[in-house]
Design a protein around this ligand. Structure first.
Ligand code: SF4
Length: 367
């Protein structure tokens, strides 16, 4: 039974220098046409079971006009939903108005996710974003006032020339907003972004590690649970939608470049906006064998503090994980820990989780 659905709105009012997401400049005529085709895509691929999570991501969904947002939310309103749904919309502070917040509330949205990234003016210029502290505070206050109190804030660290003190200031400000959830992402230099085109240099690895340590300890002090490599939540506010991904459960996805996982297939819509606007959706399909599913399960589960449940792996794949993978050495050297039914990477080793996962997969025994 599929319980989650992702809907992609690729429009942005500015393009950030590091961004490799599926996004395009906002252009009103395109948005209207996009919504026509999104409605068709949803209608042609109906949802069978009541959803427990919906996530409208982007792009910057909040940059749509009030009318365009209402049209989108009306379409989504027709989907089968559970009463206790977690319903999230992403956005930036600049384009979020009181009217849009009221509209979100009217259509049952109960979680907001904002990209703050940094409050340092020089760094904001570097990543091509503009946002003012007062503007941020006003939006957060307005949201809380109308009952939208479940709020995530994204921050980014590791921007070229950023110092640990800059990260501290971003944390001070973010914590002063008292969000229920914080995502802290390290800046990744992706191909074909302005950062790589301009040959910007990534920060030193040791400095980045110092930033990670500072973020972890500050957020822990403020009672945020570090439950996934980049995610921190107050009690009872972990992202249910994102946990669908990390638990390797299936989900629907609609919109430009969106990736779904169902019927043992991962399907990715093409990123061509011109085709999408003509109603042509080409998909890249990855048919998954049991082995592929198990690999995804290991990779995704180990992003979380719970890690892998040995029982779940046994029930789903009929294997004894500790017999199938040669992990004793990793346990002895504290790269993996074992507690009751779970095998997990300890928090202080999350910065090398990719290397640890590769070692686990290489340690697979035959048969
Ligand atoms: S707002 Fe988000 S999706 Fe849009 S360009 Fe910036 S990082 Fe990319």
């Amino acid at each position: 039974m599929i319980k989650s659905c992702y809907i992609h709105i690729p429009f942005c009012d500015t393009i950030c220098s590091y961004c490799d997401f599926c996004k395009v400049y906002k252009y009103d005529k395109w948005i209207d046409l996009y919504l026509d085709n999104l409605e068709k895509e949803i209608k042609n691929n109906p949802i069978e079971f009541p959803l427990e999570t919906i996530y409208i991501g982007g792009g910057t969904p909040s940059c749509l006009s009030l009318n365009q947002l209402e049209r989108l939310l009306k379409t989504i309103d027709n989907l089968p939903k559970n009463n206790k749904i977690e319903y999230t919309i992403e956005g930036n502070f600049e384009s979020t108005t009181k009217e849009k917040l009221l509209l979100y509330k009217k259509y049952g949205i109960n979680r907001l996710s904002f990209g703050l990234e940094t409050i340092n003016t020089k760094l904001l210029n570097k990543i091509n974003r503009k946002v003012k502290k007062e503007e941020i505070r006003e939006v957060i206050e307005a949201a809380k006032k109308i009952g939208l109190t479940n709020i995530n804030i994204d921050i980014i660290y590791g921007i070229p020339n950023e110092t640990v003190e800059d990260v501290e200031k971003d944390l001070d400000f973010t914590l002063s907003l008292n969000p229920t959830h914080i995502s802290a992402y390290s800046l990744i230099f992706e191909e074909h972004t302005m950062f790589t085109i301009n040959k910007e240099k990534p920060i030193d690895e040791e400095l980045e590690l110092e930033m990670v340590k500072r973020i972890n300890s500050r957020l822990k002090e403020a009672n945020y649970d570090h439950y996934e490599i980049s995610n921190y939540a107050k009690e009872n506010y972990q992202s249910i939608h994102n946990k669908t991904y990390w638990k390797n459960e299936e989900y629907y996805a609609y919109g430009l470049g969106a990736s779904s996982y169902k019927d043992d297939k991962r399907e990715k819509n093409s990123r061509s906006i011109s085709k999408y606007l003509k109603g042509i959706i080409t998909k890249e399909t990855e048919e998954l064998t049991n082995k592929d599913k198990l690999n995804y399960e290991i990779i995704l589960n180990l992003r979380t503090k719970e890690g892998i449940s040995l029982k779940k792996i046994k029930d789903k794949y009929n294997i004894e994980f500790k017999e199938k993978y040669n992990i004793q050495n990793l346990i002895t050297n504290h790269f993996l820990e074992e507690e009751k039914d779970n095998i997990f990477i300890p928090e202080e080793k999350w910065y090398i989780s990719n290397e640890i996962i590769v070692k686990i997969l290489e340690g697979e025994k035959d048969g």
